[in-house]
Write a protein that binds this ligand. Structure first.
Ligand SMILES: C[S@@+](CC[C@H](N)C(=O)[O-])C[C@H]1O[C@@H](n2cnc3c(N)ncnc32)[C@H](O)[C@@H]1O
Length: 312
């Protein structure tokens, strides 16, 4: 997030101005009994959930946020809780029984690295609770990418997709959907709560996996954010145009939009942003459901960026 004034008013309770309904979200998290537990909140904002953990008798409570203003504010009213303002790339020391990361992983530069760090800091039997927007749940999409977006609050982010969670992000975990989460304005992506526990010694490397991209599906996922995308952002035009297509995407209705001269570079820039966590690591399988000249162009751009495209 690039704008402190949004963070300072983020956490709140119903009927107050922050409007993210922290109390309601709390009910949906399915937190375990926290008595005597070590609890960590990554992207803790003003410390609402840290404070809750403390009232539940947690032994150690740590909150991490990159926004100094919210951490200063959190420190003022939460004695006995450790707050760090250096961001989750500087992971706090020690092991934790419960780590939560709510409405925040979409800002991670490298979500896979963040999850690896979390895994390394969970105590045996520890629980990760992840909450946020996930695209394509239950839709059995073939693509397993992150889905980029520019949102009205002014930040560029990448939403999780079901395939990304299953095949890459949480491949080293046993995980389940705990249910839907509290909706919050700013995007149209449905939100979920995920509970995850690390699998027994199991090293999952991203270089070992093949990633999948079907541009028709990917476009349908991008179109979900059409009504919330920030005007004047490079992606605005083409995402709006994608959003205006109500029928299924096909080669015929998609190619004129994404290959238009005004749109193509923004489309490629977003795609490379979506692929950032994998590039230079592994191989991408590209669905062959678009005209071959367009696929060729795409392959060239991807391979120039260090991504190996395979078509088995
Ligand atoms: C949308 S708010 C969610 C706050 C809180 N987790 C909640 O659900 O109420 C996202 C938070 O993530 C924080 N954040 C973004 N990037 C971060 C990073 N690299 N390290 C730690 N926190 C970060 C932001 O400053 C912001 O407070």
């Amino acid at each position: 997030m690039n704008n402190n004034q949004h963070n300072i008013n983020y956490q709140d309770a119903p009927a107050l101005s922050g409007g993210c309904y922290s109390e309601n979200k709390l009910q949906k998290l399915g937190l375990p009994n926290l008595t005597g537990k070590k609890f960590l909140d990554l992207g803790c904002n003003m410390g609402f959930y840290c404070k809750y953990a403390q009232t539940q008798g947690a032994l150690r409570v740590v909150g991490v946020d990159i926004d100094k203003q919210v951490i200063n504010s959190a420190r003022q009213s939460n004695d006995g809780i450790e707050f760090f303002d250096s961001g989750w790339d500087n992971f706090p020391s020690g092991e934790f029984d419960v780590i939560i990361c709510l409405s925040a992983i979409h800002y991670a530069k490298d979500p896979i690295e963040l999850i690896e760090n979390i895994r390394n800091h969970l105590s045996p039997g520890g629980l990760l609770i992840l909450e946020g927007g996930v695209v394509g749940i239950g839709k059995n999409l073939q693509s397993d990418l992150l889905i980029p977006s520019w949102r009205q609050v002014g930040d560029r982010c990448r939403h999780l997709s079901e395939g990304f969670v299953k095949n890459h992000l949480l491949a080293g975990f046993n995980w389940r959907l705990n249910g839907e989460s509290e909706l919050r304005g700013g995007d149209n992506i449905p939100r979920y709560v995920i509970h995850a526990t690390p699998k027994d010694p199991d090293v999952v490397t991203r270089s070992a996996t093949i990633w999948h991209l079907d541009i028709q599906e990917y476009a349908a996922c991008l179109a979900l954010s059409a009504s919330t995308i920030v005007k004047n952002m490079p992606s605005f035009n083409y995402v709006q145009q994608l959003g205006s297509i109500s029928a299924e995407f096909t080669s015929n209705n998609l190619i004129p939009i994404i290959s238009a001269p005004d749109n193509f570079e923004a489309f490629i820039d977003d795609l490379l942003f979506a692929l950032m966590p994998i590039k230079a690591f592994t191989r991408l399988h590209l669905a062959q459901n678009l005209p071959s000249h367009f696929l060729k162009l795409l392959e060239t751009r991807l391979s120039n960026a260090g991504i190996i495209v395979i078509n088995p």
